[in-house]
Design a protein around this ligand. Structure first.
Ligand SMILES: C[S@@+](CC[C@H](N)C(=O)[O-])C[C@H]1O[C@@H](n2cnc3c(N)ncnc32)[C@H](O)[C@@H]1O
Length: 274
C-alpha cells in the first residue's frame, strides 16, 4: 500500500470517526499514508476495504488497536498548561488536606503518562502521605503504545526538558537505554497511578465521583456533538464542586453543561456549596 485513493482515505477517516471520535483532516492524508505503511510491516494490509471491513466486524482487536495507534496523536509533556495544576492544588488538593480525605483524579487521554505523573508529583508536593490517604490517579488511553511507555515511565532528555531541576532530581532516576541517557519516574510517583486501556466512546467501567478529571488536548480531534456528549459524561462523574479540565486552546459548546468556567480550560461542577 503506497498512496491512498480518495475513497480509501474517506473510508479510513469515517472508521476513525465511528470508532474513536477522531476527525482526520484531509491535510493529514500523507501522514496517514506513512503511518499505514509503517503499520503494514507488523499487520499486513491487503486493502483498505478489507482493513475497514475486518475492524468493523469486530474480533480483530490487535489490528484495531494498531490502526488507532497509527492514526492518533500522542504529543504531551510534564506539567503542560501549568496553570491548571496550580488551580487544582488550590481548589482541590489543599482543601482535601484540611478535611483529611482521599482524592480521586482521572487523566482521560493520558498518552505517555506525563499528565498523570505530573498529578502524582503535585499530590506528593502537597499531601505529605499521598499513598496513605487513599489517593488514586486513574490514567486511561486507547493507545497501547502510549500506555506501554507510560507504564515503563522512561523518558528522553527532550521529554524532561521542561521539568524544573528540582523536580528532575526528586522524581526521576537516570538510566541508560541503548547507550542513551534516559529518565525514569521513581516508584513513589508510580504507586498511586493506575493505567488502563479505554476508548472514551465506549461504556466507562469506573464509577464516580471524581474530585477532578483532566481530558486535555484529546477532544480537540472530536467533532462538537461528540465533545458535547463526552463533556456531559465527564461532568456527571464529578462530585459537586469537582473540577473538569480541557486544553487551553479548546472550547466547549455554549450549552449548559452543569459546570461554570473558572479559568481558561477549567470548569467547576455546580452544587459544591459555592
Ligand atoms: C495529544 S494527547 C494529549 C495527552 C495529555 N492529555 C496532554 O494534554 O498532554 C491525546 C491522547 O488522547 C488519546 N485519545 C484520542 N482519542 C481517544 C479515544 N477515543 N479514547 C481514548 N483515548 C483517546 C490519544 O491516544 C492520545 O494519547
Amino acid at each position: 500500500m503506497t498512496h491512498l485513493l480518495d475513497h480509501e482515505f474517506e473510508q479510513i477517516s469515517a472508521l476513525a470517526h465511528r470508532k474513536w471520535g477522531l476527525s482526520i483532516d484531509v491535510k493529514k492524508r500523507v501522514i496517514v499514508e506513512n503511518r499505514l505503511q509503517a503499520m503494514h510491516r507488523e499487520h499486513p494490509i491487503d486493502s483498505v476495504q478489507s482493513l475497514v471491513r475486518t475492524i468493523d466486524g469486530g474480533g480483530a482487536r490487535p489490528l484495531e488497536l494498531a490502526l488507532f495507534d497509527a492514526l492518533s496523536t500522542n504529543h504531551t509533556s510534564f506539567f503542560r498548561e501549568e496553570e491548571h495544576f496550580k488551580l487544582l492544588r488550590k481548589e482541590i488538593l489543599l482543601p482535601a488536606i484540611a478535611s483529611r480525605k482521599g482524592l480521586r483524579i482521572w487523566s482521560a487521554g493520558c498518552s505517555r503518562g506525563c499528565e498523570p505523573y505530573s498529578l502524582s508529583a503535585l499530590l506528593r508536593e502537597t499531601v505529605s502521605d499521598p499513598k496513605g490517604r487513599d489517593n488514586r490517579i486513574l490514567a486511561t488511553d486507547l493507545s497501547t503504545g502510549a500506555l506501554a511507555a507510560a507504564r515503563t515511565g522512561v523518558y528522553s532528555r527532550q521529554d524532561v526538558s521542561g521539568v524544573t531541576p528540582q523536580r528532575l532530581r526528586r522524581y526521576f532516576r537516570k538510566v541508560e537505554l541503548n547507550g542513551a541517557p534516559r529518565f525514569q519516574i521513581v516508584p513513589e510517583l508510580r504507586d498511586i497511578v493506575s493505567f488502563n486501556l479505554l476508548n472514551l466512546l465506549d461504556a466507562w467501567p469506573m464509577k464516580g465521583p471524581f474530585d477532578a478529571i483532566m481530558c486535555r488536548n484529546v477532544m480537540i480531534y472530536f467533532d462538537s456533538p461528540t465533545r458535547d456528549a463526552l463533556t456531559r459524561r465527564f461532568i456527571s462523574l464529578l462530585r459537586p464542586g469537582g473540577l473538569f479540565f480541557v486544553g487551553t486552546t479548546e472550547t466547549l459548546s455554549g450549552n449548559d453543561i452543569g459546570a461554570d468556567q473558572i479559568m481558561v480550560g477549567a470548569y467547576r461542577k455546580r452544587g459544591g456549596g459555592r
